[in-house]
Design a protein around this ligand. Structure first.
Ligand SMILES: Cc1ncc(COP(=O)(O)O)c(C=O)c1O
Ligand SMILES: N[C@@H](CCCC[NH3+])C(=O)O
Length: 446
């Protein structure tokens, strides 16, 4: 359930007409609903309440400060995977003791930043990373709280590009090799290793792979405890799928997911950490775009819109399905046309929908791409020199820009000509960036 509904024939985000936002802020624009974010967090938190789990929102799904703040206000912790996400979470008011630092390639600086911020736990994904963490912690005169992310070799039955729990995936340490690493870590004075972490993939549409992974974790905890390690935290990652509108059957609910956890792990007396991302924010966001042209091709009809794969890359990257609806509610009985909805980027994969029945539209109409709150803005780029879209948050009757639209000047501002190139004539426009310094890059001269 979300808070994007037709009101008197026009789509609204909570009580704010989408049209009003588009006319004020322009398009393309991401629109987030506070009520939906809050509802999703509360539903998930209620489902896992009896497990005493700490819900650490996976910031990668949507790192907008306002989104992270909305969840932090409700008590969410954060799962972060870079120094940038760590800072985002801290600035949004997530207490350090509720932050988990995950990721397969953390740099020395990022490890040091996590330790000095006082994060709850660093999830280590390789032996070299464990050794580096030990060194960094010793140099800082402390012991780093850590868990090992294990790879349980379980098929998540999701898109291959977002599956992370198979032994051929780069993530975690093979669960059968993990006991050796725990033994080595026990001898490292800079490491306080007392947890196991697992995350097998994203957009899981059935509970069975979770069950399988959790039972492997259970077996591992028994082995580790038998070896004398104290295991106090279990980080079960995220991954619960959400409806995009093209699923075959019903998806597992947070209650089903909680039952799988309870059954496999509740009696182990560990602090559980859960890292939902998509589930909290996916349906809380839409991408609003304007139709530029309707082009009648010989084989297809193309609805060319002003959003593109740089704004929302999921369809191009994973052939992902997103519902697309007109901002103006179609009249009863209107006959849909089968069209391709495409962006202006010079790639054939810049296609939001192929051969999709859609109510007829004309240039100037607004279309709304649904379920775009997760891995939408957070994966956007400026490909084709297209500035990043604006982001807006709605609450009741109010809306606010929570990320300004980038400008072309922003894109150019950090670029420089090398000193051996003169600016083209006529004279350099005031807004054009200049070479950083006369000497920078001198060694690179041909
Ligand atoms: C370690 C970790 N935790 C949590 C998540 C969030 O996953 P999702 O958005 O599918 O809940 C991810 C991303 O897949 C992840 O890599
Ligand atoms: N980016 C992916 C999810 C990957 C999650 C990160 N491990 C998506 O859009 O579905």
């Amino acid at each position: 359930m979300d808070h994007f509904d037709y009101r008197a024939g026009y789509l609204a985000a909570e009580n704010v007409p989408i049209r009003r936002i588009a006319e004020t802020v322009g398009t393309p624009v991401y629109v987030y609903s506070t009520a939906t974010l809050e509802r999703h967090f509360r539903v998930f938190a209620a489902a896992v309440a009896d497990l005493g789990a700490l819900v650490c929102y996976a910031v990668k799904a949507n790192g907008n400060l306002a989104v992270v703040r909305a969840l932090a206000r409700l008590g969410a912790g954060a799962d972060v995977v870079s120094g940038g996400e760590l800072q985002t979470a801290l600035v949004a008011g997530v207490p350090a003791e509720r932050i988990v630092f995950s990721g397969v390639g953390k740099s020395e600086e990022e490890l040091a930043a996590a330790i000095s911020a006082g994060v709850m736990q660093i999830n280590v994904e390789s032996e070299p990373e464990l050794r580096l963490l030990n060194q960094v912690a010793l140099a800082m005169g402390c012991r780093a709280p850590a868990a090992i992310r294990v790879n349980p070799d379980v098929d998540a039955h999701t898109h291959e590009k977002i599956s992370t729990g198979l032994s051929e995936n780069k993530f975690g340490i093979d669960w059968t090799a993990a006991p050796r690493l725990y033994a080595r870590a026990a001898a490292m004075p800079g490491i306080r290793l007392n947890g196991v972490a697992v995350h097998i993939g994203s957009q899981l549409t059935c509970v069975e792979p979770f069950r399988e992974a959790f039972h492997r974790v259970r077996d591992l905890v028994a082995m580790l405890r038998a070896d004398g390690h104290s295991i106090d935290t279990l980080d079960l990652g995220g991954g619960l799928g959400i409806p995009y509108g093209n699923e075959d059957g019903p998806l597992p609910s947070p209650v089903d997911y909680a039952a799988a956890i309870r059954h496999a792990l509740a009696d182990l007396r560990c602090q559980l950490i859960l890292e939902p991302g998509r589930l909290l924010v996916g349906n809380a966001g839409v991408l609003v775009t304007r139709v530029l042209y309707v082009k009648e091709g010989t084989a297809r009809t193309f609805v060319i819109v002003d959003a593109a794969m740089n704004d929302l890359m999921r369809p191009a990257l994973y052939d992902a399905f997103h519902h697309i609806v007109p901002e103006r509610q179609p009249a009863c009985g209107v006959v849909p046309r089968v069209v391709d909805v495409v962006g202006p980027i010079c790639e054939t994969s810049d296609t939001f929908a192929a051969e999709r029945p859609l109510p007829p539209v004309v240039a100037g109409d607004l279309l709304v791409i649904r379920t775009a709150g997760a891995y939408g803005a957070s994966m956007a780029s400026s490909y084709n020199a297209r500035p990043l879209a604006a982001e807006v948050m709605v609450s009741g009757d109010a809306f606010a820009v929570v990320r300004e639209r980038e400008t072309v000047a922003d894109l150019l501002a950090r670029q420089h000509l090398p000193p051996w190139f003169e600016w083209p004539t006529p004279a350099t426009p005031a807004a054009t960036p200049v070479a950083k310094s006369a000497t920078s890059g001198a060694d690179a001269q041909p």
